[in-house]
Design a protein around this ligand. Sequence first.
Ligand SMILES: O=C1O[C@H](COP(=O)(O)O)[C@@H](O)[C@H](O)[C@H]1O
Length: 249
Amino acid sequence: MVTVHKYTAEESLAHNLGQFILESQDKALKNHQKFNLAISGGSLNNVLHKAFIEDKVLASKVDWNSWAIYFVDERLVPLDDPDSNFGAFKKAVLDHLPANKAPKVYPIDEELVKKGVDSFAQVTMDYEKIIPKNFDLVLLGCGPDGHTCSLFPGPTHNYLLDEKHRRVMWCRDSPKPPSDRITVTLPVLGDAESICFVAEGASKQPIMHEIFDLKNTKLPSALVNHLYDAKVHWFVNDEAFTKVETTSF
Ligand SMILES: O=C1O[C@H](COP(=O)(O)O)[C@@H](O)[C@H](O)[C@H]1O
């Protein structure tokens, strides 16, 4: 069973997600002295800002120097481009940390990206080489079309969703710009200790109904629920869940 954590106020969701991440941090540090975390782009960054920059109590419990942060997907653009997931995380979190609190962050190879499309296969292979085998925690978003990471629904994107061996793939045709991205594949999520989605707001209402009531596993986010249910958590707000009728996840 998937676990759903539902909140009314944005602040409560951010606080409880922060607590959840800290529990994962503490467990990882006890086991192997390092917290391997993979994060998404998009709206997740606002939640991380609220949890670990604005909430001073939670912020004081983060052992930033032990965090190793990777990206579940990244757009193949320079790191200071407004579309960069690294750039968005830097702006939301990294830029607010004092110099003595320095997580190790693993962005894509920007110099290679700048060389253009002929280097994108190499960027993908290089990223595959640096990600750990088992993430302690993977933080996912869910787009209004049901995509997660840069795993998009629909037959033209099955080459990403069906991949069983490669751990990072080049998504050449993202329906959401920019079209060229890298993304981790399902085996990476399968090997993670814990998976946590965050979905907020009215724009997510129809897709939450498809995922939780209709359980349409053609949608990548619903497929993750189906495949890895016991270790999947969703942090949602009431607004996103307005159309969800089921109580059995
Ligand atoms: O394009 C992307 O979108 C998804 C969902 O973003 P959200 O803003 O609707 O939460 C995100 O998880 C992914 O990392 C990003 O590249």
